[in-house]
Design a protein around this ligand. Sequence first.
Ligand code: SF4
Length: 424
Amino acid sequence: MKVFFDTVGCRLNQAEIERFASQFRSQGYEITASHEEADIVVVNTCSVTAAAAADSRSKIRSAGKDGQTKIIVTGCWSDLEPEAAASLPGVIRVVPNKLKDTLPAIALGVDPALFDLEPLKREPLPGIHARTRAFLKVQDGCDNHCTFCVTRIARGKAQSVSADEVLRQIRAVALADGKEIVLTGVNLGAWGLDFNPPAHLGDLMAKLLAETDLPRIRLSSLESWNIPISFLNLWADSRLCPHFHLPLQSGSTSVLKRMARRTTLAEFRALTSQARMINPDFAITTDVIVGFPGETDAEFQETVDFICEIGFAGGHVFPYSSSPGTPAAKMNGTVHGRIVKERARILRDLFQQQKEDFYRPFVGREMDVLWENGQVLPNGHWELHGLTGNYLSVRTESSARLQNTITRTRMENFDGVTLIGTAL
Ligand code: SF4
């Protein structure tokens, strides 16, 4: 039997798909690279923007149009609109987020205790998500109240996975020859705050460093207010990847207030400069929303100025889209679409420039690269793509299939998107 997984949205959705994949594999399923070849299709949906919700629907429709009659849907969009999801052709089941962790058991009618008896050899998922890094969900839900955010409505209250369970899953990745684990969560920095007594993500990281020997541990997106400066001391251990993705959302204090973000620009500034003091190669990337209700030209300029001041290694720009049920959806001051588009263009250009400024100084240096995915070229060599610890994207051509290995690599050039390296 064969199963195809598709996902839209955040790394948490990707982490969940990886776990589903390993559980289906443990029951003898083969993972396919397209829905056409599969007996079952699982789609993990997203509703973070109107475009993500539309993309979710389109992925389900496309599988149904191609004759799939066993489509299982889960995730934030189907949680918010379960009837719409269930009515799409081919959908046999909508699994709510609160039951998501048991989706494979529900789909296969298997006792969940039968999963994970043996760690399976790590295999990248076929298709566009092919990668060797393992994404691991350690936290779900969020107790904050950012006024634009529909994710917290779809995902519910914050819940953390116990340190022992995280450790168990990391050991399984290590046994399966994994090289890098990416810890993910809806609000990763809130890991442990729901325990009694509460714990901090730093406690989990310290434990993982002490009790595992995985070569690389990376954190996915973190809210800056969850990170005490002392947390950064852990980065004295070079196994922690020097990369933070810190969603800023706005560089204007008044917009942050309307967004009910707990970010202060002073704390954000202090955090990024401390990270760079610990390691000058530290990469800081971010997300910004443009066109939030009432965003004036002056407020947008404050954001531009703050982004220039921080000097990110890259960033994602999201034109604001109103999500029903969120407080921001009821706010006045809709920004005209033409202005939103222009602001998005300005920030995308700025982030591209900052990315180039961050990447260029690495030309000529030697760094460790984990090779993730690749393809065979007509000359029989491999074209491989990989990442450095500080999240630089690197490409190489090699006669050897280097996937899932870490090699010392000399950076020869930069083409504006990736570094071009030679594996040594
Ligand atoms: S921190 Fe804010 S944006 Fe992030 S999930 Fe929680 S409410 Fe949403």
